[in-house]
Write a protein that binds this ligand. Structure first.
Ligand code: NAD
Length: 492
């Protein structure tokens, strides 16, 4: 589709958005060169009422909720198969929407397809519980869907984030409304199309491209939405959580992070350097689990930082379609200004910028929102840049004395999403892993993610767990059913 023609979205069998709706559009900008990636018809809060009503109609009347889970699995497998079949074109769309390197986008499409296959397999093997009776009855606990769930996603991992929510929510029998980020609206529309083409009945999966304060807020407040799954910033998550609290509806919140990445003196030096770089500079630091606070044991601090800085200077920052590129652009001009603002703040707070700290000078990158990988030291963990999520390629390095010191500093944050460490002492790794306040801890590796392994945050990094069997439970409510087996009429 031509980037200047308006791409419509679909609610319950009809397409919305055409030239006459032109004021209601979202323009997705390619972060690599500032060109228009797509112009998308924009849903508004008025569309939410209709989409929710149609989703309830589909939930109640279309063959989905009442299908056996193994029957639902057939459609989920087919969605996964179609995602894989369209891997290249979806990854390309994601690249121009988000600026992520093509190879990362291909991984994200693979992950999205994997989520549908995994939850299809879960449907095939899911067992409800039979509970031990304590009377003249037979009792069981069944996982039931909520009805209509709203999934609200950020811009940093489109299609993967959407699939991570939609696949288990659909597997559990719900109807799903997805509100993608206004920065990256295209992949959710593609996912909705693929679901329909794979045989999911109309109305069970609707993508509503729109703004957070408009469509997002309307979804969160809508009485017909019975569960909210949100991934995004902690402030937005707090707002949504407060509304969900008032409404007494369940919420899953995957929020921000400021993860400690720890290098002990006995670590495999070169692997630790590579792991630290991959932990912060992958996705240009626009990752909730980015290892953005580096703690290195004092005895190796100077040597480690020297090597890290040298290797960081050699990183290949470039256009996302270059197969050799290691770091692409940031999502937008505004976000680059925000990241640059934090680096300025670090300088004001007394930090030393050891490498980076500016946009690149390469003339081919001047139209995009690139920022060089940056390492700063000379600050304490109390500095604002150590406490606030920057969400960019900015690493703050801090020396530490010993295990107790690094556990205290590592946990001295409001966040608790992830943590990593490099050490050859597995007993220490186990001790420290148990002490760190984090939903995921990586030992001698970083940023690994597995569909079957739960993911989520401690503290201000979130509530609930996605992925794995926990992911299906998040979108289910438990109903206990008793079958009477009385020999005689019941007495009082
Ligand atoms: P954001 O909070 O600004 O927006 C996320 C989504 O919420 C967008 O779709 C936005 O339109 C919507 N939104 C905004 N205001 C809303 C409101 N009042 N009501 C309902 N919806 C609203 O986050 P972002 O800038 O898109 O993403 C970056 C953030 O996401 C970072 O903090 C990052 O750490 C976090 N994140 C967390 C995870 C995780 O799994 N923990 C994964 C990826 C990103």
């Amino acid at each position: 589709m031509d980037a200047s023609s308006i791409r419509p979205f679909r609610i319950g069998g009809t397409w919305r958005g055409n030239a006459s709706d032109a004021p209601h559009t979202i323009v997705s900008i390619n972060p690599a060169d500032g060109s228009i990636a797509a112009t998308i018809a924009r849903a508004t809060s008025n569309d939410v009422d209709e989409a929710v009503a149609l989703a309830w109609d589909a939930f109640r009347n279309k063959p989905w909720r009442k299908l056996r889970p193994d029957q639902r699995a057939t459609t989920l497998y087919e969605i996964g198969r179609r995602l894989s079949a369209e891997r290249e074109s979806l990854a390309h769309l994601q690249m121009i929407d988000s600026g992520k390197p093509l190879k990362e986008c291909l991984n994200m499409v693979d992950s999205a397809a994997g989520h549908f296959r995994y939850y299809a397999a879960v449907c095939e093997t899911w067992q409800n519980e039979v509970t031990s009776p304590r009377g003249e009855y037979f009792s069981m606990a069944l996982a039931e869907p909520f009805g209509v769930v709203a999934c609200i996603t950020p811009w940093n991992s489109p299609i993967m984030n959407e699939a991570q929510k939609a696949a288990p929510a659909l597997a559990a029998g719900n109807a799903v409304l997805i509100k993608p980020s206004e920065e990256t609206p295209q992949l959710a529309l593609e996912l909705a199309r693929i679901c329909l083409e794979a045989g999911l009945p109309e109305g069970l999966m609707t993508a509503l491209p729109g703004y957070g304060e408009d469509v997002g807020a309307a979804l969160v407040k809508h009485p017909g939405v019975r569960m909210i799954s949100f991934t995004g910033g902690t402030d937005t998550g707090r707002t949504i959580g407060a509304i969900a609290g008032q409404r007494l509806i369940p919420v899953g919140l995957e929020l921000g992070g400021k993860s400690p990445h720890i290098v002990f003196e006995d670590a495999d030096f070169d692997r630790a350097v590579a792991g630290v770089m991959s932990g912060i500079f992958g996705s240009a630091g626009q990752s909730c689990v980015a290892g953005s606070r580096l703690f290195v044991q004092k005895s190796i601090y100077a040597r480690f930082i020297k090597s890290l800085v040298e290797k960081t200077r050699a990183l290949r920052v470039g256009l996302p379609d270059d197969p050799d590129v290691q770091m692409g652009p940031l999502i937008s001009k505004a976000h680059r200004e925000r990241v640059a603002g934090y680096v300025d703040l670090a300088r004001q707070e007394g930090g030393n910028v050891l490498v980076g700290g500016a946009p690149p000078t390469d003339p081919r990158l001047q139209n995009g929102w690139f920022y060089m990988p940056t390492i700063i030291d000379g600050l304490s963990n109390n500095a604002r840049v150590c406490q606030e999520e920057i969400f960019g390629p900015v690493l703050i390095a801090i020396p530490f004395e010993d295990e107790a010191d690094v556990i205290a500093q590592g946990n001295d944050t409001v966040f608790g999403l992830a943590a990593g460490m490099w050490t050859s002492d597995y007993a220490r790794a186990w001790r420290v892993a148990r002490e760190l306040d984090a939903g995921s801890v990586w030992i001698n590796t970083y940023k690994q993610s597995h569909i079957a392994t739960p993911f989520g945050g401690f503290k201000d990094s979130g509530i609930g767990r996605e992925k794995g069997l926990h992911g299906l439970r998040l979108y289910s409510q438990i109903k206990s059913v008793y079958f009477g087996m009385h020999e005689k009429p019941m007495g009082l």
